[in-house]
Design a protein around this ligand. Structure first.
Ligand SMILES: [Zn+2]
Length: 76
């Protein structure tokens, strides 16, 4: 989405990515409900630990938007 090739700042990427997640929640409700019904989910990516990554944005999004269903445990 343009972050890796420096077309977007972290902040710009974050704003666009969160908008994309909101749209996905609305347009793919069944898939999100399946995800939220899982007992445990591990998000993976090739980015090194403690670097800016959409995986962290998604984890925080899930924990914020679905706080009654999602608990962040931390890095594996
Ligand atoms: Zn990543």
């Amino acid at each position: 989405m343009g972050y890796k090739n420096k077309l977007l700042t972290e902040k710009q990427y974050t704003i666009l990515y969160l908008k994309m997640l909101d749209a996905s929640c609305k347009n793919n409700k069944r898939e999100w409900d399946k995800l939220l019904a899982m007992n445990s989910v591990t998000l993976v990516c090739y980015c090194p630990k403690n670097t800016f990554c959409h995986r962290h944005l998604l984890a925080k999004y899930l924990a914020d938007k679905f706080s009654n269903q999602v608990e962040l445990i931390g890095e594996v």
